[in-house]
Write a protein that binds this ligand. Structure first.
Ligand code: NAD
Ligand code: ZN
Length: 342
């Protein structure tokens, strides 16, 4: 089968001819139709320090996918050949305290497909049946291919009650933009999204009804006063991984504000802790998606009018994967989807 693997410790991915994975008794084999390119895949493409320390050479990469089950293991009873599906790419253990309490997304033994284990950038993917998420017909293959990052957005956005709240999202990357759409969908009052990239802010406005602010050019405080917010934002969703953005968010929060942090700051970033204390701000770190509550809520919202389709800006047949990665690194794209069916 065709697959995209990390063969050499330098920039790039290589199209290889790999054996179709053999499924164990508790696994299914999925014929992959479409995959999304993630920021994580860009780290692996670039072979930065994180990738070099984490990813074994030879690994098939990728973790955002949609496909169809073509084989089920001997112990798999509730899934059948022909089922359209996506799936959770975090492979969890079942013995930790967290897993035994049903908090699967907090299992410390989690391993990621396309990062630690063979991934989804391939014509066929082996996945534990436990991780499979069957898809209803209303969810297109394109959206099916980006449920993993939409799940990051949903998990972060639903960390706190947003109904009637003023929400600040820092970072209009694909996940920040999708989080803005989720915040609108669930009934936030004002949703402001910041970035320093005008293309990304323009895309945010095409995907959903948000107030974009280019913080390289404008003061966030002016937006706060023009919206007649008395104190500041009730909820912050940090989705840039940028230190300046987090500082700006802490400053723009109201007393008792709540911040969910998905963005990964570089190294040990300094934070104005006294401001966090005196404003009595709650900060929650967010990792991945809740398994499987986020998937349930995300699919239900998509069935009930949540529309993030315009966040996909580029589509390529997989043979043009280099163009796909170039689009992702250009900074002008939203999500980029590769088609494996050709
Ligand atoms: P992305 O890199 O595409 O988007 C980040 C955006 O932040 C960019 O558009 C960038 O221009 C913008 N930005 C840079 N400086 C800024 C500033 N000062 N103010 C506001 N915006 C600024 O990333 P993405 O794929 O949308 O992911 C969002 C973040 O979430 C990333 O940091 C990513 O590493 C992280 N992430 C975390 C998890 C997790 O499980 N915790 C999962 C997926 C992604
Ligand atoms: Zn991803």
């Amino acid at each position: 089968m065709k697959a995209l693997a990390k063969l050499e410790p330098r920039e790039g991915l290589w199209m290889v001819d790999a054996p179709v994975p053999e499924v164990g008794p508790d696994d299914v084999l999925i014929r992959v139709k479409k995959t999304g390119i993630c920021g994580t895949d860009i780290h692996i493409w670039n072979w930065d320090d994180w990738a070099a320390q984490t990813v074994p050479l030879g690994l098939i990469t990728g973790h955002e996918f949609v496909g169809e089950i073509v084989e089920v293991g001997a112990h798999v009873e509730d899934l059948a050949v022909g089922q359209r599906c996506s799936g959770e790419g975090h492979l969890i253990g079942k013995t930790s305290r967290q897993s035994r309490a049903g908090k699967f997304h907090l299992d410390p033994a989690t391993r990621g497909i396309g990062v630690n284990e063979q991934g989804a950038f391939a014509q066929y993917l082996k996945l534990p049946a436990f991780n499979v998420v069957p898809l209803p017909d209303e969810i297109s293959d394109d959206i099916g291919a980006i449920l993993d990052p939409l799940g990051n957005a949903v998990h972060t956005a639903l960390s706190f009650d947003l109904v009637g709240e003023d929400v600040l999202i820092t970072g209009a990357g694909p996940i920040g933009i999708m989080a803005a759409a989720v915040a609108r969908h669930v009934g936030a009052r004002h949703v402001v999204i910041t970035d320093v990239n005008p293309d990304r802010l323009a895309l945010a406005g095409q995907v959903t009804d948000v107030i974009p602010v280019n913080v390289a050019e404008a003061e966030l405080a002016e937006t706060v006063s023009s919206l007649k917010m008395t104190q500041g934002f009730d909820v912050g969703l940090e989705m840039s991984g940028n230190q300046a953005a987090l500082d700006q968010m802490v400053k723009a929060m109201t007393m008792g504000g709540r911040i969910a942090m998905l963005g990964i700051p570089p190294g040990k970033s300094p934070v104005d802790w006294s401001r966090i204390v005196f404003k009595a701000i709650t900060i929650k770190g967010v990792y991945g998606r809740e398994i499987f509550e986020t998937w349930y809520k995300m699919i239900a919202m998509l069935q009930n009018g949540l529309d993030v389709s315009r966040v996909i800006t580029h589509r390529f047949p997989v043979d043009q994967f280099e163009a796909g990665f170039a689009a992702m690194t250009s900074g002008e794209s939203g999500k980029v989807v590769l088609d494996w069916t050709g």
